[in-house]
Design a protein around this ligand. Structure first.
Ligand SMILES: *Cc1c(COP(=O)(O)O)cnc(C)c1O
Length: 484
């Protein structure tokens, strides 16, 4: 029922009759001397061989459709096929940005509605879907922050406070935006140390970048105090909303006092993720910052949607070609309608339940540095038994032998042997129980046969790689690989 309605809505809106101009086809007459006598004799491969080749290549890879993928701070969530089906509707795939506005009302409707739903979920006034990734969203958000201070003639505000537990993109984005990041040390559980924060707040602070719950999965209980302190000092609050699972339908960054945020559609809203894109990192702002949003801006009027290519006089300008990655927000829109408003809190509840279930089931064998209830993810600090010599990297490699992707390792930097586990909401209890069993068996093996764990993986296409060399001297050409 629900799907029928959705398909109908998208297809009729998206297809509203239009014709693209037929391109003019030019014919060239080549001189005789350049013409071939025979067919070019290109190598040929049968369809079957091509299919086998790609199927085999896909088996060598690991993806969410192959096995459990509990990569902390990454929300590796299944991408339902209906998302793909909807974004593949011809009415969307054949749209050209320069075609008349009245012929793309369906797509603009999706843009506008996605933006509106994100506002409702986050408590921020307006969103733009123009930015292409989380880090891109951060840059856009910080450019807005900078433009806000400059519009008030306050040019000395250049400092952005970033806790040491933050994602690496945060300080990087601050630098790219022409601001300067100032690191503050976190408490042991990754929460902000309010006294340390007070010490760095002055009239040069542009704002603070935070994520709540933090990377260790702990909710910042002092968030209202922090928001007041930063606002009183004249700064703004930026929310890194890459991983929004634990908040959906339960709590809103806007209500916590945040002024700007980005969201990763390719994490929380089940659009494909990895391999460098395509992604989408919508940016939301509260009322006083709407005029700084990038252009173009999609607007809704009684007679339909329009695109304002000029934006407000104070806009930070254009940050993407046209209006973002349409294929991505079409998928996120589908996901949101499929889940439905009334079910949205279940995403938060199940992801939180899954994380706590794993944490409690393994904490007798893995070292849990932060006791208590976590949100959507949590951190172990290596094995509890430190005498085995088995490191976090060995455990990660051993997991591959059981067809499971390792969790995030050695991040956050606050724990030496960090293993950061994030199970999304849509994993079954069977899958989670199997992960727990495998993690327990590795812990046991580390005591009984540590060398075995240190030599892993055994069942993968390539064995243990020299990761430093692989990062510094990547071999990306097939020919170079053959010469190896
Ligand atoms: C993934 C992530 C980002 C960056 O998002 P990209 O789309 O990879 O640029 C930023 N912050 C946090 C907390 C993240 O998990």
């Amino acid at each position: 029922m629900y799907y029928d309605k959705l398909i109908f809505e998208i297809s009729t809106e998206g297809r509203k009759g239009y014709t693209l101009p037929t391109p003019e086809i030019k014919r060239y007459d080549l001189p005789e001397t350049l013409l071939r006598d025979d067919c070019p004799g290109l190598p040929e491969v049968s369809e079957l061989d091509v299919v086998r080749h790609y199927t085999n290549v896909s088996f060598k890879n690991f993806g969410i459709e192959k096995g459990f993928y509990p990569l902390g701070s990454c929300t590796m969530k299944y991408n339902p096929k209906i998302n793909q089906d909807m974004s593949n509707l011809p009415g969307f795939t054949s749209i050209h940005p320069y075609q008349p506005i009245e012929t793309m009302q369906g797509l603009l409707h999706v843009y506008y509605e996605t933006q509106r739903m994100l506002s409702e979920i986050s408590g921020l006034d307006t969103f733009t879907l123009n930015s292409y990734a989380g880090a891109h969203g951060e840059l856009v958000g910080l450019m807005i922050m900078k433009a806000y201070h400059e519009s008030r003639g306050d040019f000395k505000r250049k400092k952005v406070i970033v806790p040491d537990s933050a994602h690496g993109t945060n300080p990087a984005s601050a630098t790219v935006a022409g601001l300067e990041s100032v690191e503050v040390k976190s408490n042991k559980d990754g929460t902000v140390n309010v006294n340390d924060l007070k010490a760095v707040l002055d009239d040069e602070v542009a704002g603070i970048m935070l994520t709540n719950p933090n990377t260790a999965g702990i909710f910042e209980k002092d968030i209202l105090t922090i928001a007041k302190l930063v606002h009183d000092a004249g700064g703004l609050l930026y929310y890194d909303g890459a991983n929004l699972n634990p908040l959906l339908g339960i709590a809103r960054p806007g209500d916590m006092g945040f002024d700007i945020m980005h969201i990763n559609l390719h994490k929380t809203f089940s659009t494909p993720h990895g391999g460098g894109g395509p992604g989408s990192g919508p940016v939301g702002v509260n009322k006083k910052l709407v005029k700084f949003l990038p252009k173009p801006v999609i607007e809704k009027h009684e007679e339909g949607y329009t695109i304002d290519y000029d934006g407000d006089a104070l806009t930070i300008g254009q940050i993407s070609h046209f209006y973002g990655n349409a294929g991505v927000y079409l998928k996120a829109y589908t996901y949101l309608l499929t889940i439905g408003k009334e079910n949205l809190p279940n995403v938060a509840r199940y992801s939180t339940l899954n994380a706590n279930y794993i944490k409690e089931s393994l904490k007798d064998v893995y070292h849990l540095p932060i006791e208590g209830v976590c949100k959507h993810e949590f951190v172990f600090d290596g094995l509890k038994d430190k005498s085995t010599g088995v490191k976090t990297l060995d455990i990660a490699k051993r997991l591959l032998d059981f067809d499971m992707h390792p969790p995030t390792v050695y991040f956050p930097l606050t724990f030496k042997e960090a293993i950061m586990i994030e199970p999304p909401e849509n994993e079954s209890k069977q899958t989670i129980d199997r992960f727990i069993d495998v993690m327990r068996s590795i812990a046991k093996e580390a005591i009984e046969n540590p060398e075995k764990v240190k030599g892993a993986p055994y069942n993968t296409v390539v064995k243990r790689l020299d990761e430093a060399l692989a990062a510094r001297n990547p071999i990306v050409k097939y020919k170079d690989l053959l010469e190896q």
